[in-house]
Design a protein around this ligand. Structure first.
Ligand code: FES
Length: 647
């Protein structure tokens, strides 16, 4: 009779194996990732699987727990010390006795909730670059004078198939002590990024060491966001964010570049500041998870090009002017100690590749997360900050550019703009008949009109409009006829409503008449028009490059996207016409991409390869950009139709 058929879920990989093969061996030979630290000694408990019972007619398999060997003494011993959840088995001990459908319990479920709520829940298959390998080393023998480390290497080869292991030098002084402390049983942390690269021994512990962590970090110009992840289970154990202290050297990217150019120690100071902030954030997530930073063995970073360079200690001056040359565009592999990270001394660090001088490793991370290059549909991915990074494409072809939107979308340059905090107006509706507003203020439960708000305002007071609400206010002003398609605040409306105020030669709209008057001025509207025209023109340029008239689906990455209502973004013409259902905010997609690259080195190869294929467009060099920009100044656009919006 044929050997039993084994199907692994959720990967769907299958094969036939002789009766008596361990489930772990079967998984290994099919390339199904199942963790193992103890090397099949039934002591680490990392190799758990579950048998699905029933008839799987489609696969021609009838799977049952009778087709797996009963719990043996080793497994029993483990279960006595550490509990195994109901229905789970140790795949290193359980052997195949008949046809089986085997569930490898779900890996990481990413809930990218770093800075703001965003709705991505997804599974990331695991294949981390760091692996823990327990070995039992032969005791020294005077007749075979092989060094302690060399005998360790023999076992790494014998039990784990690792050859030519490169030992991190800082471990050498401790090897003998560790081996003796573990009574010749030690756990080695092996880092191997490429399947073909030389394995690195980066850490060593006496006995069975059954935990390893990694961090995935997005270094933004204003915020640094971090996930702490168990590399053995794939679980995100803590996530947090902190302000980027480089803000004190300059609000936006270009002012930080000028700081470097003007100050002899500017680069050093900023590098030091960001590394320190990352170390503090690491300490914070570690404290939350009750582990020590020493348990962190791998770290993955994404950042925009300037943050990327400053983090690595590279002078970003070249990025301040054409041709915006990156010192390094490919993925960077380095060591924690080389860049002063307070994590395990042997830990490795990986930075995703940058796409172009303006489109950084953060955009690469967002690309990896959202995957335009994996789609049949035409996907537009935008990350709006002071620069908008735009990626457009599908599996055939992908293009990318950045567009200088300026800080208006973040509430800067807006007369009553402020950051999202209690007292800031976050949502607005304007009655088209009376021009009276209703709004929702951060810190106050319900929507309210001006009068109804009086009471609540006593508690909070209305202090300004938060960045993300600017889009909504201007869109509502447009929809209610306060501003024309050219973006002019209509003075004639003053006869109709006391909310239209005259100031000099232009008019403004009085949004809130309280202790502090909140108005939207003509200049505010202009600032939004300029920002949205830059964004749209950048997108349009990419659409023209690909020769497409429409996009099928839109992803807004970053905090900004989590706030704005896609309808309003379209009303103003920030983004091209698209089914509203197909416009989604994906939160910190760059950070999710970093997490994916941390948990699965295959994703590193995927993004490295994808980045080489992405065609980079420099908006500043495209003569047509100016015309697209001018057309996009109108609301929603002078030439482009928005049929889906109308329907
Ligand atoms: Fe360690 Fe199975 S591999 S318990």
């Amino acid at each position: 009779a044929a050997d039993p058929l084994v199907l692994f879920m959720p990967s769907g990989k299958r094969g036939r194996f002789p009766v008596g093969t361990t489930v772990l061996e079967a998984a290994r030979s099919l390339g199904v990732y199942v963790e193992s630290v103890c090397g099949g000694r039934a002591t680490c408990g990392r190799c758990q699987i579950e048998v699905q019972e029933g008839q799987f007619a489609k696969h021609g398999i009838t799977s049952s727990n009778d087709h797996i060997s009963p719990v043996g003494p080793k497994e029993k011993r483990y279960a006595e010390v550490r509990t195994i959840p109901e229905g789970r088995r140790l795949s290193c001990s359980a052997t195949i006795q008949g046809d089986l459908v085997v569930d490898v319990p779900p890996d990481t479920v990413v809930n990218a909730q770093v800075i703001r709520k965003a709705a991505i829940d997804r599974l990331i298959a695991r294949n981390p670059a760091v692996q823990l390998c327990y070995v039992e080393v032969d005791e020294p023998d005077m007749h075979k004078p092989l060094g302690d480390l060399d005998r360790l290497n023999v076992m790494l080869h014998k039990d784990w198939g690792l050859s030519d292991v490169l030992v991190a030098q800082h471990l050498l002084p401790d090897v003998q002590k560790i081996l003796r402390k573990g009574n010749w049983g030690v756990t080695a942390a092996i880092h191997r990024d490429l399947e073909t690269s030389r394995p690195n021994l980066i850490a060593l512990w006496p006995g069975l060491h059954n935990e390893a962590y990694g961090i995935a970090c997005d270094i933004g110009s204003t915020t640094i966001a971090m996930h702490l992840v168990s590399l053995l289970s794939g679980r995100v154990v803590a996530s947090s964010g902190a302000a980027n202290p480089q803000i004190r050297f300059g609000e936006d990217l270009m002012s930080r570049v000028s700081y470097v150019m003007m100050n002899p120690n500017g680069r050093e100071a900023m590098t030091k500041a960001v590394r320190q902030a990352i170390n503090e954030l690491t300490a914070k997530v570690c404290a939350e998870a009750e582990i020590t930073p020493d348990s962190i063995l791998d770290a993955v970073f994404v950042a925009n090009p300037i943050m990327h360079h400053l983090f690595l200690g590279i002078d970003p001056t070249e990025l301040g002017q054409a041709p915006f040359a990156l010192a390094v565009s490919g993925a960077v592999h380095t060591w924690s100690r080389e860049i002063d990270l307070a994590i395990n001394r042997g830990a490795r660090v990986y930075l995703l590749p940058c796409i172009a001088g303006h489109v950084g490793a953060d955009a690469a991370g967002a690309t990896l997360s959202e995957g335009p290059h994996r789609q049949d549909k035409m996907m537009l991915l935008v990350d709006v900050g002071t620069n908008a990074e735009i990626v457009l494409g599908n599996r055939e072809r992908t293009v990318a550019a950045s567009s200088p939107t300026g800080p208006a979308f973040e509430g800067a340059e807006i007369s009553c703009g402020q950051r999202a905090a209690p007292g800031a107006i976050e949502r607005v509706r304007i009655d088209a008949q009376t021009l009276e507003p209703r709004f929702k203020v951060i810190g106050v439960e319900q929507w309210s009109d001006e009068e109804g708000f009086a009471e609540a305002a006593e508690k909070t007071g209305i202090t300004g409009i938060c960045g993300s609400a600017i889009i909504e206010v201007v869109a509502e002003m447009y929809l209610s006829g306060v501003i024309s398609a050219d973006g002019v605040v209509d003075g004639a409306m003053a006869a109709k409503s006391p909310r239209i105020l005259e100031n000099g030669r232009t008019f403004s709209y009085l949004l809130h008449d309280g202790a502090q008057k909140i108005t939207v001025t003509q200049n505010d509207v202009r600032a939004i028009q300029l920002a949205k025209a830059a964004l749209y023109a950048g997108i349009k340029l990419l659409m023209e490059k690909l020769g497409v008239e429409t996009v099928d689906t839109i992803r807004f990455a970053g905090a900004f996207g989590s706030f704005i209502d896609p309808k309003y973004a379209m009303v103003l013409g920030l983004i091209p016409d698209c089914d509203l259902e197909e416009v989604k905010a994906v939160g910190n997609a760059a950070g999710t991409g970093a997490l994916m690259a941390l948990l699965n080195r295959d994703y590193r190869r995927e993004i490295e390869e994808t980045v080489t294929r992405i065609e980079k467009i420099e908006t500043a060099l495209e003569p047509h950009f100016q015309q697209l920009f001018i057309d996009a100044m109108a609301l929603p656009n002078k030439v482009d139709p928005f049929p889906k919006l109308a329907s």
